[in-house]
Structure formats: C-alpha cells, structure tokens
Design a protein around this ligand. Structure first.
Ligand code: PA5
Length: 429
C-alpha cells in the first residue's frame, strides 16, 4: 500500500542534509532509546499486546450491544484523536442516520467544554436512549471532564440504579482519584500507559476504545501506524520524509522567521484531524517564547474569509496542505462546466492548485503532504507520522515535546480559584 508523500520543493530550495544529519541521528536515538520517560508511543504500534487489543474490541462489542448512545468524556489529548478518527472515517451523518442503520450507538463527546446549553440538550436527548459512558483522563484530575463525569454519574445512577457501574467505562493512568474510584466501583477500566502523554496517546486505549465502539477496524489503524513506524525507522534525511518535513518547518522558523504554520485541508473530513494537529504541535512546541503557532483552515470555506489574510496579510507563515489523493466516492460533474475537471474531486484539486499558485506568487513556502486515501490504515499512519514529525521538530529547537507547562498553569490557577470561596461566590453571582 502506498505511503504518505511529502513535497517540500515549494518550501525550501535545498535541504541541508549534511549539516543536520548528525543532529537528526542524535534525536532519533534519543526517541528510540527511551531515555526520555515519555517516548512509549515511539514503538507502541509494534509492542502493543494482542491481548489488550482483543480486550478493547470485546469491550467495544459489549458497549455496542448495551447502548444506543455512547458518551465519551475527555478533553485535549484524551478526546481529539478519537474525534478526529470518527470524523475522518464515519459518515458525515453518522449520528443522524448511519449509526441506526448499522446497529451502532450514536456517539457524543463531552467534557471538552462547560457549555450548560450543550449539556442541558444532551441530557434531554439521552432520555430516549440506552446510555453508556466512558470517561478518559490520564491524570483523572482535569476539571472539565471530571465535573462532567460527576453530572453523568448522577444521570446514570438515577437511570440505572445499582446497574449504572456496568455502563461506566474508565480510561486513566495508573494513579489518581479516578483510578481509585474505578477500582472501588468496579467500572471496566483500561490503562493510559505511564510513558505516553495525552496528545501522543491516540493509538492506546485512549483513542482505540471509542474508535472501536464506532465500528472502525482497530487492526487496520494499528497496521497503518506500524507501517509509519517502519517508514521512519531509518533517520537518513535523504529518504525519511517525516524527518524531512520536521527539518523543513524548523528551518522555515530559524532561517525565514516563519512563526505560523497553516494546516490546510480541502475535505471537511480532515477538519478534526487538523484540530488534533493543532493540539499536538501547539502544546508540544510552544514553550519559552518559542514555537510555530499552528492554525488550521478548511477549504473552500476559509478561502472566502481568511484566504484574504493568506494572500495579502502579514507574511510570517508557511502552509502545510494535507491532501487526499483518492476519494472513496467521486461524483461526475454535469456536462458543460469545464473540460478540465470531469468530477467533483478533480474540481477540488483545481481549487487547491489555484490556491497554491496564487500564494506562491507571494513566495509563501508551501509544503504538501499527500495521503493515498481515507481509511483506517491511513489514519494510523498519519497519527504516527505527525507525532514523530512533531517530536523531532521540537527537539531540533532543543525543546522537550512531552511537557506542557503553559497548559498546567491554567489548571493550577483554576484549582487556586476553586479553593478560594470568596472568588467562587463572586464568580457565580
Ligand atoms: O496532551 C496533553 O497532555 C493534554 O492535552 C491532556 O490530554 C489534557 O490536558 C487532558 O488531560 P487528562 O487526560 O489528564 O485529563
């Protein structure tokens, strides 16, 4: 099966391979040697045990039979990967029609915000459904998902009484309050490996359980990740496209002072994948006043808004287009529109070409990452590819990709506010 292709020819004249190969080798060695305590994801696709995958699959089958609505509670790395996968691989009308047609539960995400209107309507909607809930939190202490989980526990207890615990699933780290509670209450529990942080955890039970409940083939996802693991096993910059991409974005930053990366997609199915990419790069790389600010745009929608900025705004960004080569379904265009595109997909490609040409007139660096097709296999490959590209990019800037002190700061502030009773009352009033 074909690989992810990276074209950097419109971004950088020539990659200084000889100059950077040694540093890249050292980074590669660091990632693979496991010296950093959070590199468990690097060899996870080949090391994950068949028993675990089987347990996830059998649990998913149980959930599929048990409920008509499955609520996945989590935020950041504990939510975005699964959401990205479902958006990419499921019908765009999954909850409306597809789930019922295939006898699969509808899937609702929660815990990634605290909109009272959303939860009010969600609980209302769930009254007519058979419900199961899965809370995903590595720390078991993040406020938003924990607050939402408390609300759901009440809902489930009112609804199912003592049997509620049969319908509650937990994915969490080896320690913490959520782990203790899960053990006490007898919830079915999966582990977040201690050596993998949230945004690098899609291919662990964090992402795999909701993905399996949605009926997506886990073995294909993992097979794709294994292929990407093999494709990046040799650090040679002449052949390793993932590392070439990482080095290109690093050089655009240090040589051309490009401070933003615009992830551009031409298919709405990739929208949440770019949300996950924003989280992956933004949370890993932006530290100590450094980093490339990740932005995502979905075309053609954003061509008619932020496209103006790309063409005529401050030119301190580069573009990374993620393109799908073959679509699952294409549609013939009615006769007479143009001789240059016979199908809708071909027309979409023409839009993409026109954008590229227009922006190249400005000299905007343009990286193109081409995926062969939309599939579970491609999803696994892409996840691994971008995780590794992100880690290597960060390490080229001597940053630790597996910490997020900025995110932790707001969590600490929130805990301080919660301890301060006066502030709580004032806020609520
Ligand atoms: O990537 C990360 O580490 C973060 O985005 C976390 O996933 C996010 O803050 C949620 O944390 P937790 O899973 O501990 O609830």
């Amino acid at each position: 099966m074909s690989e992810i292709r990276v074209d950097i020819s419109d971004a950088i004249a020539e990659l200084p391979v000889a100059e950077y190969q040694e540093k890249i080798n050292a980074i590669h060695e660091q990632l693979h040697s496991g010296q950093n305590g959070y590199t468990g994801w690097v060899e996870y696709p080949t090391k994950v045990e068949g028993d675990l995958v089987w347990q996830i699959m059998t649990t998913a089958w149980k959930i599929q039979k048990q409920c008509t609505a499955f609520v996945v509670i989590g935020v950041g790395g504990s939510y975005l990967g699964a959401k990205a996968c479902l958006e990419l691989l499921q019908s765009p009308f999954y909850n409306e029609f597809f789930a019922k047609e295939r006898n699969l539960p509808k899937i609702y995400f929660a815990g990634h915000h605290l909109s009272s209107v959303y939860y009010h309507e969600l609980f209302h909607r769930l009254r007519k459904e058979e419900v199961a809930v899965c809370v995903i939190s590595r720390s078991g202490a993040t406020l938003e998902p924990m607050v939402v989980f408390e609300m759901f526990k009440n809902f489930m207890k009112e609804r199912y009484g003592d049997e509620a615990s049969e319908r509650i699933y937990v994915v969490t780290g080896s320690k913490g309050k959520l782990r203790e509670e899960a053990e006490q209450e007898g919830y079915t529990t999966f582990d977040v490996p201690d050596d993998i942080v949230g945004r690098f955890s899609v291919l662990t039970p964090v992402g795999l359980l909701p993905i399996a409940v949605a009926g997506i083939d886990l073995e294909s996802v993992l097979q794709g990740a294994r292929q990407a693991q093999a494709a990046t096993a040799n650090p040679d910059l002449n052949t390793n496209d993932c590392y070439r991409y990482a080095l290109t974005r690093y050089l655009l930053k240090v040589q051309q002072d490009k401070r933003m990366e615009v992830f551009e997609v031409y298919d709405g199915k990739l929208r949440y994948f770019t949300e996950w990419m924003k989280q992956l790069f933004g949370e890993s790389e932006c530290q100590n006043g450094q980093g490339i600010f990740p932005v995502s745009m979905q075309m053609s929608t954003d061509l008619h808004s932020l496209g103006q900025f790309l063409q005529e705004g401050r030119q301190d960004f580069f573009e990374t287009a993620v393109i799908i080569e073959d679509v699952t379904y294409d549609i013939m265009l009615p006769e007479g529109i143009t001789d240059h595109a016979k199908t809708l997909h071909q027309m979409n490609r023409l839009v993409r070409e026109s954008v590229k040409e227009a922006h190249l007139e400005n000299g905007t660096p343009n990286i193109v990452i081409t995926l062969p097709e939309i599939s579970a296999y491609s999803f696994g490959k892409m996840v691994y590819f971008f995780e590794k590209a992100c880690a290597v990019s960060c390490m080229l800037s001597d940053l630790d990709p597996f910490v997020q002190p900025g995110v932790e700061r707001y969590k600490e502030k929130l805990q301080e506010l919660l301890k301060n009773d006066t502030m709580q009352t004032a806020e609520i009033e």
